[in-house]
Design a protein around this ligand. Structure first.
Ligand code: GGG
Length: 377
């Protein structure tokens, strides 16, 4: 019988997902050496490839296990040609489905540039943004907006005449994610790199869209409860330029679902690309952490992709769990992993292909696991 206190459910998913989750588990094992592991990892199948094999995206027991878990760790989903009869991508049950089923309303994406990370712009690998200028968190609403399953087509005979995606912005959905952003800005020790100011920026398209006007009104209402935090606004189109030109202005950013999806992928370029971007899908009772990248089918089975986004997701998971359970040992493990990741990146000893290097996924995992062992427990 295990004495572990915490149960982590891992969903490796498709393509390169299992490869990066294997490395995430490697660093979790390294953290747990020299003592009884405080966690168990219960790995479950699911995703598009599982759908092709079994006709199910996941087993019903996996959803039950997810509801009973202390935290979830997701790999990646999606596989070419794997779609459900209604046209949705197979495997979405692990991402969009979990967000709905577990009410994971805040998608939290830190965008921090570690010293030693290179930017790929064109064919060159170089440092573009100094690391001290990029340190923000983008919060995306995760359960409604344009991803609400309220859509359809009007067909006449064989032809589609109309396709409709309904964008739903509710008072509850907007309010809770905006409050999450202000609470995070309050808790974060650092303000914006530019001036140290604690600031929440509302990104929307309120000059055109009614839902965005409602989102911004809700932002203004919630902001009144946080007088110490500066309110800031950006229309999403202008934001895309400002983000790249002046990343140092941003501290915490909040947006609606699809706009948040787009701006966070753009922001990942500031931190070295999707190979470094991790996200937490966080609700009041559950949370799921993931490398934000997809399943990258063309790299699947090649042991080539960058596992650092998964290490960052594991670190976020340990920190969230440590705070939730008031467990200082878990918080120390999160710090340990953070230090191991930062020193490895700074040393440049685990550069995968996306950084212009030749280190494999599993070698990068070995280097970080060794770095974890070198940081005192
Ligand atoms: N790492 C999870 C993954 O594979 N995500 C792919 C994806 O399409 N995500 C959609 C979303 O984040 O809304």
């Amino acid at each position: 019988m295990s004495s572990a206190r915490y149960r982590i459910v891992a969903l490796p998913g498709d393509g390169t997902g299992p490869e990066v989750i294997r490395e995430g588990r490697k660093v979790l094992d390294a953290l747990a050496e020299n003592g009884p592991a405080p966690w168990t990892v219960d790995e479950r199948p699911g995703g598009a490839q599982y759908y092709l094999q079994t006709g199910k995206e996941l087993d019903p027991e996996t959803l039950t296990a997810a509801k009973d878990a202390d935290a979830l760790l997701l790999g990646a989903v999606g596989w070419p040609g794997a779609s459900l009869p209604n046209g949705d991508i197979a495997g979405a049950a692990l991402v969009l489905g979990m967000r709905q089923n577990l009410d994971l309303y805040a998608n939290v994406r830190p965008c921090k540039l570690y010293p030693g990370v290179l930017h790929r712009i064109g064919k060159e690998y170089k440092t573009v943004w100094p690391s001290e200028l990029v340190d923000m968190v983008i919060i995306r609403e995760n359960t409604e907006g344009l991803y609400t399953p309220a859509r359809g087509r009007l067909r006449r005979a064989e032809d589609t005449e109309v396709a409709i995606d309904t964008r739903v912005i509710t008072r509850k959905g907007a309010e809770r994610v905006i409050r999450y952003a202000f609470e995070l800005a309050t808790r974060r020790t650092r303000g914006a790199p530019e001036d140290g100011v604690k600031r929440v920026t509302c990104v929307d398209k309120s000059n055109v869209l009614e839902g965005c006007r409602f989102f911004r009104e809700t932002f203004d209402r919630v902001a009144k409860d946080y007088p110490a935090i500066e309110k800031d606004y950006a229309l999403v189109d202008a934001f895309t330029q400002w983000l790249v030109r002046n990343p140092e202005h941003y501290n915490v950013v909040v947006s609606t679902n699809m706009m948040g999806d787009i701006i966070t992928d753009l922001a990942s370029v500031l931190q070295g690309g999707m190979g470094f971007a991790a996200g937490g899908n966080i609700g009041d009772h559950h949370a799921m952490f993931e490398p934000v990248h997809g399943s990258a089918p063309k790299y699947a089975g090649k042991n080539q992709v960058n596992p650092f986004a998964t290490f960052a997701a594991v670190e976020m998971m340990l920190r969230w769990l440590g705070e939730r359970k008031s467990d200082p040992a878990l918080l120390r493990q999160a710090d340990r992993l953070g230090t191991a990741v930062a020193t490895t990146i700074a040393a440049g000893t685990a550069r995968t292909y996306d950084q212009g290097g030749h280190v494999s996924t599993s070698e990068a995992g070995d280097v970080v696991a060794a770095a974890v062992r070198a940081v005192a427990a």
